[in-house]
Design a protein around this ligand. Structure first.
Ligand code: KG4
Ligand code: ZN
Length: 345
């Protein structure tokens, strides 16, 4: 079975082709440079870029896979959550294609698709569900910070999310306070390498709170006050590296502590993680250490599949189809605020 998937929920235009669980193409056109001068994603610009990029990206995906539209058995697209005008472009294009090809369409949940990206590994990337087991999944990006309990395939429950800023947003906003370009996450990652993570005592919001929700705005405010009261820090290269290392240590410690604690409380043996922030090297290595110490297995999404991509959308659509879920109506609308929970007993 060959699945054609489109992902346009935010600022990445992506098209993937998947045949029998193996990714044959996953082409991603990132708009990050376009939005950089505005310091964040501008929805109207994102939608225009998707319009511009979708067909060239789709052509490239078909070429890479050595396939044609006639080979497609199933069409998939992200239906939500995401930026409404951006979602419309991918979903409507997918519906038109499904209509023209006479194939079923699956309009899928973006975060549910993220749950599948840690399962795409190796070369060529393929999904291996023989290793599937109940797990806790951390999804962290510029727009979301989610902790999810996956009890079985396609059955999951949202444990917690952020009460204010997302983890990636916290990297980006504190980075801006430190004079770094958008998106600041990768810059903080690099600068933190030479810095001292204990140089500044920064809050670990909600870390000791028994619930599974997150909060990062207090950390951002602490950095704002620190640089307001000590502007000289920004002119000192060592201090800037130490600040980056301290901010990163705080975000990473909160994410790792709460994820491992949820996994142990729920009695699962596996943790998975995906989303742009999972590209962070400190987060990857500290999750590894903490899971090992707690006797938990860990599956981290490959950095190529951490950020938004259509391969994860294709895999989810294929699994929904295999598990007998009905396709989406060809006139169904987007779901910009779709909640994640799904439990089909
Ligand atoms: O998944 P993604 O591309 O989706 C969104 O558009 O939200 O994630 C982007 C986020 C940004 O906030 C970016 O700063 C962060 O992921 N990020 C990182 C790293 N690479 C990307 N944060 C920390 N360290 C990194 N290496
Ligand atoms: Zn995402």
């Amino acid at each position: 079975m060959t699945v054609l998937a489109l992902e346009t929920s935010c600022d990445e235009t992506s098209v993937a082709l998947l045949t029998d669980g193996t990714v044959r193409a996953n082409v991603v056109a990132s708009q990050i440079r376009l939005h950089a001068e505005y310091g964040g994603v501008v929805p109207e610009l994102a939608a225009r870029e998707h319009l511009r990029n979708l067909i060239p990206v789709a052509r490239a995906a078909f070429q890479q896979a050595g396939a044609t539209p006639a080979d497609v058995d199933l069409v998939a697209a992200t239906r939500g959550p995401g930026l409404p005008t951006a979602l419309w472009i991918g979903l409507k294009a997918a519906q038109a294609l499904a209509f023209a090809l006479g194939r079923p369409l699956y309009g899928v949940h973006h975060h549910e698709a993220h749950l599948y990206s840690p399962w795409l590994s190796g070369q060529p990337p393929r999904t291996d569900f023989q290793a599937f087991q109940p797990h806790v999944s951390l999804i962290v990006s510029g727009g979301h910070t989610l902790l999810v309990h996956v009890t079985a395939e396609l059955q999951h429950r949202l444990l917690g999310s952020t009460l204010d800023d997302a983890a990636g947003e916290c990297f980006d906003k504190t980075g801006k306070l430190l004079g770094l370009p958008y998106p600041a996450g990768p810059w903080i990652d690099r600068l933190a390498e030479g810095g001292n993570p204990t140089a500044y005592t920064l809050p670990r919001p909600l870390q000791e709170h028994p619930g599974d929700d997150f909060s990062f705005s207090g950390l951002k405010t602490a950095v704002r006050y620190l640089v307001r009261d000590h502007p000289e820090l920004l002119r000192d290269e060592v201090a800037r590296r130490d600040l980056c290392a301290s901010v990163q240590a705080s975000i990473v410690e909160v994410l790792v502590t709460k994820t491992v604690r949820a996994a142990l409380r729920l009695g699962v043996g596996l943790v998975t993680a995906s989303g742009g922030v999972v590209c962070n090297r400190a987060l990857r290595s500290q999750l590894q250490q903490a899971c090992q110490a707690a006797g938990l297995q860990l599956r981290l999404a490959d950095p190529a599949f951490c950020t938004d991509n259509a391969a994860m959308v294709a895999v989810l659509a294929e699994r929904l189809h295999r598990h007998g879920h009905p396709p989406t109506d060809l006139d169904a609308n987007i779901e910009p605020d779709w909640s994640l929970d799904r439990s089909h007993a």
